[in-house]
Design a binder for this molecule. Structure first.
Ligand SMILES: [Zn+2]
Length: 154
């Protein structure tokens, strides 16, 4: 037993496989399972350490460059313009009192004159519910704030 060594899991002597010179666990199934368990644990920890380091590095970079975003905005007018357009849209939506999680693209489309099915929002999930056909006439000129005029038809 010239090259025999002790298994780090069970402590028994074993001969390392010729193609695994750094073998530390014997070939017993339990010891191999233990080897895989330790390997996984180590990688999970290394992963967590890596993320932790990234997070710390970013935070410290931001602390060392507090003016970065202010400078970025002042030297990138297109970015600033786009942001303020988006902010104006958000403000406009807020003024209308529309529920925040509604699809913004749907709301931004101006209402056109025509017939609409009107249902109570609280009854949408109910199979037999009252529905009304209403005609909406948009009175304002294109581009202006729309003032829909609702006439109940039935
Ligand atoms: Zn072993």
């Amino acid at each position: 037993m010239n090259n025999a060594r002790r298994c780090v899991a069970c402590g028994s002597l074993f001969h390392p496989l010729s193609h695994v010179p750094n073998q530390r666990f014997c070939s017993a199934p339990n010891c191999q399972r233990e080897r895989r368990r330790r390997w996984q644990r180590q990688h999970i920890r290394a992963d967590a350490d890596y993320r932790e380091n990234q997070h710390r590095a970013q935070a410290s970079w931001r602390a060392r460059h507090p003016d970065y975003w202010r400078q970025y905005r002042s030297t990138h007018p297109a970015y600033r313009e786009r942001n303020s357009v988006l902010q104006r849209k958000r403000n406009a939506l807020r003024r209308t009192g529309v529920v925040a999680n509604m699809d913004a693209s749907h709301i931004a489309r101006p209402l056109t004159s025509g017939y609409y099915v009107l249902r109570r929002a609280s009854e949408v999930k109910i199979a037999k519910m009252n529905a009304y056909i209403v005609h909406i006439t948009v009175l304002s000129p294109p581009g202006g704030p729309s003032v829909p005029d609702c006439k109940e038809m039935m």
